[in-house]
Design a protein around this ligand. Structure first.
Ligand code: PAF
Length: 284
């Protein structure tokens, strides 16, 4: 597996692959790779002849400096995992190459509305950081497709919206959440859990699954706001500190009502120093 740090060198490779008529996929990551990331890479390999994985811990999407400083950086381990698959190219851009004028003075890409609800309401500026860096990576690599996980459902929707609104010639592919045996969604942030917190953590997925069952049992004719309040209470009883638990329309994340049939239930909750997010689709 080759590695590139510089944008011109990466572009030279892309030009070469394009000249050979090869299809190119990008899997953007922040590293600390787990089986969830590797399933995104496998999905990319199934759809393209060349796969680029980027690792960049993007400072613009961290609303908390301490969170950025302590985000797990495990490059050598990540490299070994990618070599085993193997991918064609690992792209490791430097911060100065992506933000040459510094974070504050850089151009930003924002998706109004969708960026400010749910996770965006609790992490101001986070999604502008995500859409800005993903837009840059798409422009640098110019892939035919880019693959993201559905665990970050709001992020995936925002990236789709951005690609559509900016007429970016790229297919955005979403892949199902990979889970541990007890249901906990795989995430780099799970490392922050103590053994005791790790035992409690599946409660988030259990509450989401319970909400899905309730909605399906009532064919959608239940009070979603009551259901959300009940789930928040149950999460608190299990020692989690929920930020939100919300039944939304899957297409645009608007608050769902009984007439909506394609739903997603999304939740975020703190457990110790880990912020966990997860979601389940409900198609009634
Ligand atoms: O989901 C992530 O790991 C990040 O938000 C992403 C998409 C790589 C952008 O930094």
């Amino acid at each position: 597996m080759d590695t590139e740090h510089a944008i011109p060198a990466l572009r030279a490779r892309i030009v070469d692959w394009r000249a050979r008529g090869q299809r190119i996929a990008l899997v953007p990551t922040m590293g600390n790779l787990h089986a969830g990331h590797l399933s995104l890479v496998e999905a990319a390999q199934a759809r393209a002849e060349r796969v680029v994985v980027s690792i960049f811990v993007n400072p613009m999407q961290f609303n908390d400096k301490q969170d950025f400083a302590s985000y797990p950086r495990t490059l050598e381990d990540d490299r070994r995992k990618l070599e085993d698959i193997p991918v064609d190219l690992l792209f490791l851009p430097e911060q100065a190459a992506l933000y040459p004028r510094g974070l504050e003075s850089s151009t930003r890409v924002t998706v109004p509305g969708l960026s400010d609800i749910l996770c965006g309401a609790f992490r101001p500026g986070h999604f502008a950081g995500v859409t800005t860096v993903v837009c840059m990576l798409l422009n640098i690599v110019q892939p035919d497709l880019a693959v993201f996980g559905e665990k970050d459902f709001q992020q995936l929707l925002l990236i789709r919206r951005m690609a559509h609104d900016l007429h970016l010639p790229v297919e955005i592919v979403g892949m199902p959440t990979r889970r541990e045996e007890d249901g906990l969604a795989m995430s780099s942030r799970n490392h922050y859990l103590t053994p005791e917190e790790r035992r409690r953590a599946p409660a988030l997925f259990q509450m989401l699954s319970r909400a899905r069952e309730t909605i399906l049992q009532h064919s959608g004719a239940c009070d979603f706001r009551d259901l959300e309040a009940d789930a928040m209470e149950r999460l608190r009883d299990r020692g989690l500190r929920p930020e939100y638990f919300s039944v939304r329309r899957a297409a645009d994340l608007a608050l769902a009502g009984p007439e909506d049939k394609d739903l997603v239930v999304l939740a975020a909750a703190w457990l110790g120093s880990a912020r966990l997010i997860d979601n389940v689709r409900v198609q009634g």
